[in-house]
Design a protein around this ligand. Structure first.
Ligand code: 2P0
Length: 345
């Protein structure tokens, strides 16, 4: 490759993130541009580790997820993303993308895939750094984030650690819609994840978002109110005001679900256990524990609290739902290249 390093295997690791102000709906499907900004916490648990191995003997990209061959849909999404990386790497090196080899992708999630626990965020964040390194594409953090967005919107936030804002950008501009780390105000949060249902969700979030944008009469109100909520959340974070952060996060998550419940046909992720968990969080608050709920595109409930209260919240959740997995996380790191050493975005 003129001007570029020869393709080589590369491995990267990234963690999931949970939004405190949610991303729900796109203004441009092809470029994966969001209708609004959003804000999240990158977790310290359940990372995805992904190796990209360019191989000149392959006629097409190949992929393993958790050691099993990817489904046609999964592989199609990964392969289209690799095409984008190869096109950019070739352009940067003055080469022909057709001369770049296909790749084997081996991705392992330490979290149940498709259970609304953001495995596509950690997955595409790790794939971005591994693929860019494998094909010799240099990226700044913001460029890596904008590129990860093309794989999965929320993946742009997992490029950075701790509290992160995804800037929506404007119009059809690709490069301006990326995440940025928020200044550290000293606030420290914990999330207790109640895995009420580890199975794959019944409607994937991409289709659910599409249906919401196209049919929910509440969607324009969601787009109109989100910038105000995002600004309020940033103020609460800057002030390290946990109760305000919790109230804003809980109401934003419920408003997102209200918006999708308004779609035709409705998108409903609530299960009986979801309602029971929301009741539990309300009860904990009434008993004086600082605990607030958030939910994503699935029935699981995540409880936001102070790190010092996380074990008490987790014990209450385990008591109410015997036998379920309960994960506890604090602030986690951004995505990073683990091999070859010394590289990265
Ligand atoms: C979020 N979610 O902000 C919201 C809240 C789920 C509920 O981002 O179509 O997998 O790949 O851009 O990123 C999940 O959506 O969707 C998501 P695509 P993605 O975390």
């Amino acid at each position: 490759m003129p001007g570029g390093a020869a393709p080589r295997p590369a491995t990267a690791r990234a963690h999931p993130n949970i939004a405190l102000i949610k991303y729900w709906g796109k203004r441009d499907e092809a470029l994966q541009l969001p209708a609004t900004g959003s804000l999240s916490l990158t977790l310290g648990i359940a990372p995805t580790t992904t190796t990209v191995t360019p191989d000149g003997s392959l006629a097409a990209d190949a992929g393993l997820l958790g050691g099993e061959p990817m489904s046609a849909t999964e592989l199609g999404r990964v392969s289209r993303f690799l095409d984008l990386v190869r096109a950019r790497a070739a352009a940067a090196a003055g080469a022909d993308p057709a001369d770049l080899p296909r790749a084997r992708v081996d991705s392992v999630n330490e979290i149940p895939t498709g259970a609304g626990l953001a495995s596509s965020a950690s997955g595409f964040a790790a794939l971005t750094l591994a693929a860019a390194a494998a094909y010799g594409l240099p990226l700044t953090g913001a460029q890596a984030s904008a590129l990860a967005r093309r794989g999965s919107g929320s993946a742009c936030r997992s490029i950075f650690g701790s509290l992160v804002e995804w800037l929506p950008g404007a119009g059809a501009e690709d490069a301006a819609s990326h995440a940025v780390p928020l200044p550290d105000s000293g606030v420290r949060l914990a999330l207790v994840v109640a895995v009420l249902s580890p199975g794959r969700k019944k409607i994937d979030s991409r289709e659910a978002m599409r249906r919401t944008v196209a049919t929910s009469p509440s969607f324009p109100a969601w787009v109109e109110s989100t910038p105000r909520e995002l600004a309020a959340m940033k103020e609460a974070i800057a002030a390290a005001d946990l109760p305000r952060i919790g109230e804003l996060a809980e109401s934003n998550a419920l408003r997102m679900h209200a918006t999708m419940l308004g779609a035709i046909p409705p998108v409903r992720y609530f299960a009986p256990a979801t309602i029971a968990a929301l009741d539990l969080v309300e009860r904990l608050r009434a008993e004086g524990l600082g605990a607030w709920a958030t939910m994503d595109a699935g029935p699981n409930v995540k409880v936001l609290c102070a790190p010092a209260d996380a074990e008490a919240v987790a014990a209450a959740v385990r008591g109410a739902f015997p036998g379920i997995d309960v994960l506890v996380s604090g602030h986690g790191p951004g995505a990073r290249l683990t091999s070859p050493a010394g590289g990265g975005a």
